[in-house]
Design a binder for this molecule. Structure first.
Ligand SMILES: Nc1nc2c(c(=O)[nH]1)N[C@H]1C(S)=C(S)[C@@H](COP(=O)(O)OP(=O)(O)OC[C@H]3O[C@@H](n4cnc5c(N)ncnc54)[C@H](O)[C@@H]3O)O[C@H]1N2
Ligand code: MOO
Length: 401
């Protein structure tokens, strides 16, 4: 059994970002840039006023001075003359500062009288002038490659005059649930069977991470049925299977896919829940085989599928961030499998995060997982800890999953 860290590294080593496609800026939110966004213009393009008021020479702007108003320059209508000594030009927020002027007299600090204006408050050289290029200059890389476009980035790309952006194609992820006992929600359930929750949970997770999920029809515990998916997944960026990964007589995923050329990179990791995780390559399609137990499948998806999707999407791939918390109840010493305990989170009077693991940690208890706020990390062979001891947690609430 390999460690969680080695398993993640082996997965990320194999995966490559999807190729680029060009999308309209309106569609670019949450996509990942495939090239730096380079400004196609300078912002602001010229020196502009940050306030409504008058442009003048700072030397003329002492309190009590009276200046001749020689014109006006509304935003978008630059004044094409020069502001000379003793002169001022009316302007507004966003107006280009006319040649000759080097200060702004605020409207509130001025008294207008026909063609002249009186300075009531002395001006300061350069104050209230936004310099050309103060935000960015043409040729600046304003957004790097490999960044998920936020609403702020979309605004920045627009300001830099980009109607389209090159982004990585959404990773296409095929999802296959296996098992004679499972039925899709709403379908007839075989005797003693259960409804497949994994396909929908995983599809939602893939979508949340910016991927395009494709739920395949469930495969029975039958080698030929599982092998048949090899044809369906050509052209997918990843095949995710659930179930049939353990050691039972009906756990056929590895053997069935090996009959279609699967090369196994690893099988079984030192982790709970999720020991029977497998990873390999089926033709050009990487295969991540998750355990069937719903909690195991989802915890493994959080630990391995999310970073895999980051890599495929063109993002820097990394383990999920952890947060420090204190235990709300004691935990036992751990064995050789890293444990990820489902826990609730609260804040104590001192403002510390308190993580309280649920007393029962069965990997079939999906409701518990859905209600968990965090996973408490218990490294292999970690000692027993008392209530109040420090632990690392992965916040599930902030992942939006
Ligand atoms: N003798 C051993 N038995 C088991 C071992 C072991 O090492 N030795 N490992 C256990 C661990 S740990 C896990 S996890 C499970 C995983 O087994 P599989 O990946 O082969 O999963 P299945 O046996 O097919 O199913 C397990 C469980 O999950 C339910 N299931 C399956 N698919 C779905 C689905 N799409 N949606 C919801 N639930 C699903 C299935 O009905 C079973 O109850 O093996 C242990 N056994
Ligand atoms: O690892 Mo299994 O995932 O313990 O139930």
């Amino acid at each position: 059994m390999i460690s969680v860290e080695e398993a993640r590294a082996r997965i990320l080593e194999v995966l490559r970002p999807t190729p680029a496609e060009v999308v309209a800026l309106a569609e670019a939110w949450n996509r990942v840039t495939a090239a730096p966004v380079v400004a196609r213009l300078t912002q602001p393009p010229v020196d502009v006023s940050a306030m409504d008021g008058y442009a003048l020479r700072a030397a003329d702007g002492a309190a009590g001075a009276v200046l001749a108003v020689i014109g006006a320059a509304p935003a978008g209508h630059p004044f094409d003359g020069v502001v000379g000594p003793g002169q001022a030009v009316r302007l507004f927020t966003g107006s280009a500062v006319p040649a000759g002027a080097d200060a702004i007299l605020l409207q509130e600090d001025a008294a207008r009288d026909g063609d002249s204006v009186r300075v009531n408050e002395s001006v300061t050289l350069g104050r209230h002038i936004r310099r050309a290029g103060q935000d960015f200059a043409a040729g600046d890389a304003v957004i790097p490659a490999g960044r998920r476009i936020t609403a702020r980035d979309a605004g920045l790309a627009a300001a830099a005059n980009h109607p389209w952006l090159p982004v990585h194609r959404r990773p296409r992820v095929a999802i296959l649930a296996t098992g004679d006992e499972i039925a899709m929600p709403g379908e007839p359930i075989p005797p003693g069977g259960i409804v497949s929750s994994n396909s929908h949970a995983l599809a939602s997770l893939v979508r949340a991470a910016g991927g395009a999920p494709m739920i395949l029809p469930n495969a029975r515990d039958d080698a030929a049925a599982i092998a048949a998916v090899a044809d369906a997944v050509a052209g997918m960026d990843l095949l995710v299977t659930t179930g049939g990964a353990s050691v039972g007589d009906h756990d056929l995923v590895i053997a069935a896919l090996q009959s279609r050329g699967l090369t196994l990179n690893f099988w079984q990791i030192a982790m709970r829940p999720g020991k029977p995780l497998l990873f390999g390559q089926l033709g050009t399609t990487p295969v991540l085989g998750l355990p069937g137990n719903p909690v195991s499948a989802l915890v493994c998806a959080i630990l391995f599928l999310l970073p895999a999707l980051m890599r495929l999407s063109g993002l820097p791939a990394a383990a999920l961030p952890t947060t420090a918390a204190v235990l709300g109840s004691a935990v036992r010493a751990n064995d050789r499998r890293a444990d990820y305990l489902r826990a609730s989170i609260a804040c104590d009077a001192a403002g510390r995060l308190v993580a309280t693991p649920f007393p029962v940690q069965d990997s079939a208890m999906l409701r518990r997982l859905a209600n968990a706020d965090a996973l408490v990390l218990r490294p292999p062979h970690a000692p027993a800890l008392e209530e109040g001891a420090e632990v690392s947690v992965i916040r599930l609430d902030s992942l939006g999953l």
